[in-house]
Ligand binder design. Structure first.
Ligand SMILES: Cc1cc2nc3c(=O)[nH]c(=O)nc-3n(C[C@H](O)[C@H](O)[C@H](O)COP(=O)(O)OP(=O)(O)OC[C@H]3O[C@@H](n4cnc5c(N)ncnc54)[C@H](O)[C@@H]3O)c2cc1C
Length: 442
């Protein structure tokens, strides 16, 4: 196909499924419409791709076409008074930060990596540590342009009555290709953060700290030791922060160490994870206040390039759930007991309370409640068995899973967790598809 070439090296961040796709990477906007129409003609259709920082199969289109949007990464307009920024969808959050921090602005919402594109952040309606104050990324999108696979471009704003805007925010790339968007930025006085870390001994202490801190701080999140048991179940380190007011507006220079090859899988086992959790808890185990740059605060994992290779050639699974506030304490405890019983710890276990700001997107993941994010090395059957068990707990609680993170979310659970699914499908672009979508709609 003209402009497309077969590739088998593109995979989700969890490195689990191997794929083969017809891939194009346009450099100019006028290349897009012909490519979109060509790709949509393939039996498995077309998908737009960003920086492949989604962990599951929602960012791939095995056997179909993928248009990598990273070559379309130009800034169009930046109003340094209002903080409105218009850019092409392939621009990364890292590039946005580089432009806007010196001007005294910051992203209103950011995920835990800056290596995602504007289009990818919209299509997953990403959330950050300030969900209780700011809601999701999509709340800050004022308008976007969407190229459908028939070659027509639509510009829709946040007051759009047609429903296309709401379907595209968190729409997993299935409503068309986002070509550009206008984002409302947030003013800051400093690129530094005033950060407090507070150890807590169990889940009850987490919920108490979270309630107090969500009222007083812009950013809150907790790391938990998911192998702790009994009275220590849910012990961890709580972090809360605000933007500092010291007047420094400095962008972090690029670079840092990288993991060059797949680590052998045996490096990660329940003993090493238990030892890591113990050491981490002890090192961070006293309350502290510090001032640090925005970069290590928001993006600690970005400091190690290709950290996903740490899990070895079999890759890993991310699992992120959200459960309603009324049952959050007991359901989180049940999940942690299931993990501990299965003796499959997670290095990265993050607990956070989502606030009550409704997401604009029909399929957006965040809702009011408590969210738990976990990484599990892929050990085949035993790992899938544990994830099934966690599914049962989350589903029973009326919760949902985050499609961006999950490469094996069962279709029934997706449907149960997303009541607006039927409304969403009326806006599907018939030429767009993904491995995830075909799995959800067999
Ligand atoms: C270390 C790490 C930390 C993370 N932390 C968080 C977090 O705190 N909160 C959170 O919400 N997520 C988090 N994520 C997930 C990540 O933010 C999202 O998956 C993000 O959407 C990835 O963007 P991307 O540009 O890599 O897009 P991809 O992963 O390539 O694609 C994501 C989706 O966007 C669609 N898409 C991409 N570009 C376009 C476009 N131009 N038009 C239409 N659709 C498009 C794709 O089709 C796909 O459905 C994290 C990921 C990592 C690796």
């Amino acid at each position: 196909m003209n402009g497309f070439a077969p590739r088998d090296d593109i995979m989700p961040w969890s490195r689990t499924p191997r794929t083969r796709m017809e891939v194009a990477r346009p450099a100019f906007p006028d290349e897009l419409a012909p490519l979109a129409m060509q790709g949509a003609d393939l039996p498995r259709g077309l998908l737009a791709g960003g920086l492949q920082r989604s962990y599951g199969d929602s960012c791939i289109n095995d056997g179909g076409a993928l248009i990598e949007m990273t070559g379309l990464d130009r800034f169009i307009c930046f109003d340094r008074t209002s903080g409105l920024l218009e850019a092409e969808a392939g621009v990364s959050l890292a590039a946005i930060l580089k432009l806007v921090i010196p001007a005294g602005f910051f992203l209103p919402v950011t995920p835990g990596t800056k290596f995602v594109t504007l289009g990818g952040a919209i299509a997953n309606d990403v959330h950050g540590k300030n969900h209780h104050r700011a809601g999701t990324f999509g709340r800050w999108i004022r308008s976007l342009s969407l190229l459908r696979s028939d070659g027509r471009e639509h510009t829709v704003s946040d007051d759009d009555a047609s429903g296309l805007f709401a379907a595209t925010i968190g729409g997993l790339g299935l409503t068309g290709i986002i070509t550009r968007a206008t984002l409302q930025l947030m003013p800051i006085a400093s690129s530094n953060m005033a950060v407090e870390t507070i150890p807590f001994g169990n889940l009850a202490e987490f919920f108490a700290l979270s309630a107090v801190s969500d009222a007083s701080h812009d950013y809150t999140v907790a790391w938990i030791d998911c192998l702790a048991k009994g009275d220590l179940l849910g012990r961890g380190i709580f972090t809360r922060a605000r933007h500092a007011s010291d007047g420094v507006l400095r962008v972090k220079p690029p670079g840092g160490p990288s993991i060059p090859i797949d680590a052998p899988g045996f490096l990660l086992n329940r003993f090493s994870i238990a030892a890591f959790n113990e050491v981490y808890f002890r090192l961070a185990g006293r309350a502290r206040q510090s001032t640090m740059s925005y970069d290590p605060f928001f993006y600690p994992l970005d400091a190690i390039g290709n950290w996903n290779r740490m899990y070895g050639p079999r890759g890993f699974y991310q699992y992120q759930s959200v459960v309603p506030p009324e049952v959050a304490a007991e359901v989180t405890a049940e999940m942690l007991r299931a993990i501990s019983d299965a003796r499959q710890g997670s290095f990265l276990a993050v607990l956070k309370t989502f606030g009550d700001m409704t997401s604009p997107g029909l399929l957006s993941f965040p809702r009011r409640g408590t969210t738990l994010a976990l990484d599990f090395a892929n050990r085949g059957g035993p790992t899938l068995w544990l994830l099934d068990r966690l599914d049962a707990i989350v589903r029973e609680a009326g919760g949902r899973l985050y499609p961006a993170k999950d490469g094996r979310l069962p279709p029934a659970m997706f449907r149960a967790g997303h009541p607006a699914l039927d409304q969403f499908t009326t806006h599907l672009d018939p030429g767009m598809s993904s491995t995830f979508w075909r799995r959800m709609t067999p």
